[in-house]
Ligand binder design. Structure first.
Ligand SMILES: CC(=O)[C@@H](O)[C@H](O)COP(=O)(O)O
Ligand SMILES: NCC(=O)COP(=O)(O)O
Length: 250
């Protein structure tokens, strides 16, 4: 089965937050994504609300419930008390726990399962009691022992951190080596009984090879590259619309 696409709306929210205006609309772009067949929406609210605002969460939950009941809402973040409170309020279908420090510009590593397994086991139990699937952000370094520890926390899935793979867009040999490590981690997860998601810096260029190496990939969450493409492929029509608005016959 093909991997399901969950569209990450963080980049849209970041653009919206440049002004005190309601566009681009996080809800509106989320609706367009789901109408186009995306299987879900992902948000990664950070404590400073620099892109997704906490007030976005109930709106996106309602969008899915009211118009796209088959779709899933995935919330990602570090499991602080505030974050867990947001999850209790927004009732996501999946929570992806990420070991982010609030000062990080973006997510750049997975959990250290040797160090944090007790903490994660508590959080996973709490979230699962609330009825959602739990996924843990994991380095794709082929460490099967770490994957086994991830399984022991009670989590349902891991999400492979694909940033280093995405960063090799101009170094195919390096990308191939990283892909092999990601594949080995995904195989270990499958063998341990964990589902496998993936995300960070995935693009239409690097995704097909990843999906080929990991045929059991359940879900990919994509924001930055997808938003870049949406701008590029939507730019020509948008310029025509604005030329018309200027009075040109286009
Ligand atoms: C966990 C992960 O890789 C993504 O959630 C990523 O952190 C997206 O967030 P930004 O778009 O804010 O970088
Ligand atoms: N979980 C990864 C994600 O949601 C999107 O990351 P990116 O495509 O914005 O790098």
């Amino acid at each position: 089965m093909p991997a399901k696409l969950s569209v990450n709306l963080n980049a849209i929210a970041m653009l919206r937050n440049r002004r005190d205006l309601p566009w681009p609309s996080v809800e509106g772009l989320g609706r367009i994504a789901l109408l186009a067949g995306a299987h879900g929406l992902t948000v990664h609210p950070r404590p400073d609300q620099r892109h997704i605002r906490f007030t976005d969460l109930p709106i996106l939950r309602a969008l899915i419930d009211d118009e796209f009941p088959q779709a899933e809402f995935n919330i990602e973040g570090y499991p602080s008390d505030d974050f867990l409170g947001l999850c209790a309020m927004a009732q996501p279908d999946q929570v992806t726990l990420v070991p982010d420090d609030p000062s990080q510009a973006t997510s750049d590593h997975g959990w250290d399962f040797r160090k944090h397994s007790d903490f994660l086991a508590d959080v996973v139990a709490r979230l699962k009691k609330g009825g959602c699937r739990v996924s843990l952000f994991a380095d794709g370094d082929g460490d099967a022992e770490a994957v086994a520890l991830a399984k022991q926390t009670g989590a349902d899935r891991i999400e492979l951190y694909t940033g280093p793979y995405g960063g090799c867009y101009d170094a195919p040999e390096k990308a191939a080596a990283i892909l092999e490590q990601l594949g080995a981690t995904a195989d270990a997860a499958r063998d341990a009984g964990l589902g496998v998601n993936a995300g960070h810096d995935l693009t239409v260029a690097n995704l097909p090879v990843l999906a080929l190496r990991i045929p059991h990939l359940a879900e990919v969450s994509i924001g930055h590259g997808l938003t870049a493409d949406a701008l590029e492929y939507g730019m020509a029509e948008t310029v025509r619309r604005f030329r018309r608005a200027c009075g040109e016959k286009v």
